[in-house]
Design a protein around this ligand. Structure first.
Ligand code: CP
Ligand code: NVA
Length: 299
């Protein structure tokens, strides 16, 4: 049976920390450059991407494999060929598929009808590769993750959901500040709490950020929600991570953002460009975290 990475919880709890430690080793140069020898990995993207696409293409090459990129709209998927048919065809050519799409159920279809590993490169529900990289970024600064307090300020979106799963997997405390109507999915929260995650939910960013070691935010309108931009700007008024909000966090707290960022909306220019901002380390760590995820799948 192939291994899949659709959410962080797909990696057993007793292995997930090791994947992050391996990512750190890879960053320090210990890469198995023959891991994907003779293997072709498809990247099928239905949404725009800079970091995810490039870091996966580079990472697959660094592991000895061949990446093949397909923009969904240029393929027969864009002309309504069923995904379950596409899944069976692609399984005959390639050794794995890395997918950025809308609904998580599309990944489930690929799993059900294909017979090669499926990796979630972002869906409406989750962004697990990003949060594995973000955990690596936190680990590099504060290795005892169980002592770390993470604040999430803004939309209860795909990134928030993966941070929730990350709390169950890695043990950091998570405080989410989300306005009414934009809270994370209750089932995702309940599941993480049932697995032991320490999570609180508030609508007051100050409460979430007070004493936090990391302050995270993300765009207010995610890909696919562009038409809601104005409505969301109103709903998220008061949720910008600015200098006064960051001032409530712990001394030396890090500001985190998966990027791309909208300065003047979810984050002020000053915070984004401040020494507290660790966004470039997060982006760099995509490469290493994803190589470690591929090693977990293909080793
Ligand atoms: N953070 C992230 O996933 O960036 P891209 O959309 O550029 O891939
Ligand atoms: N929440 C954002 C993340 C982009 C990397 C989106 O889905 O558009």
């Amino acid at each position: 049976m192939p291994k899949h990475f659709l959410t962080i919880l797909d990696i057993p709890k007793d292995e997930v920390k090791q994947v992050v430690l391996r990512a750190k080793e890879m960053k320090d140069g210990k890469v198995r450059t023959d891991l994907l020898d003779g293997k072709t990995l498809l990247l099928i993207f239905e949404k725009a991407s800079t970091r995810t696409r490039v870091s996966f293409e580079v990472g697959v090459r660094q592991l000895g494999g061949d990446p093949v990129f397909i923009a969904a709209r240029d393929s027969q998927l864009g002309r309504s060929e069923p995904l379950k048919d596409t899944a069976r065809v692609l399984s005959r050519y390639a050794d794995g598929v890395i997918v950025r799409t809308f609904g998580q159920e599309k990944l489930e279809t690929l799993v059900d009808y294909g017979d090669i590993p499926v990796v979630n490169a972002l869906t409406d529900e989750y962004h697990p590769c990003q949060v594995m990289a973000d955990v690596l970024t936190m680990y590099e600064r504060t290795p005892d993750l169980e002592k770390v307090k993470v604040a999430w300020v803004g939309d209860g979106n795909n990134m928030a959901h993966s941070f929730i799963n990350g709390s169950a997997a890695f043990g950091y405390e998570l405080r989410l500040a989300c306005p009414e109507g934009y809270r994370p999915d209750t089932a995702i929260l309940d599941k993480a709490v049932s697995l032991g995650a320490r999570i609180t939910l508030t609508d007051d960013p100050k409460v979430a950020v007070a004493g936090a070691d990391y302050v995270n935010t993300d765009v207010w309108a995610s890909m696919g929600q562009e038409e809601e931009q104005k409505k969301r700007e109103a709903a998220f008024a008061g949720y910008m991570v600015d200098e006064s909000l960051m001032g409530l966090a712990a001394p030396n707290a890090g500001f985190m953002h998966c990027l791309p960022a909208h300065r003047g909306e979810e984050v002020s220019e000053g915070v984004f460009e401040s020494p507290a901002s660790i966004v470039w380390d997060q982006a760099e760590n995509r490469l290493h975290a994803q190589k470690a995820i591929l090693e977990w799948i293909f080793k």
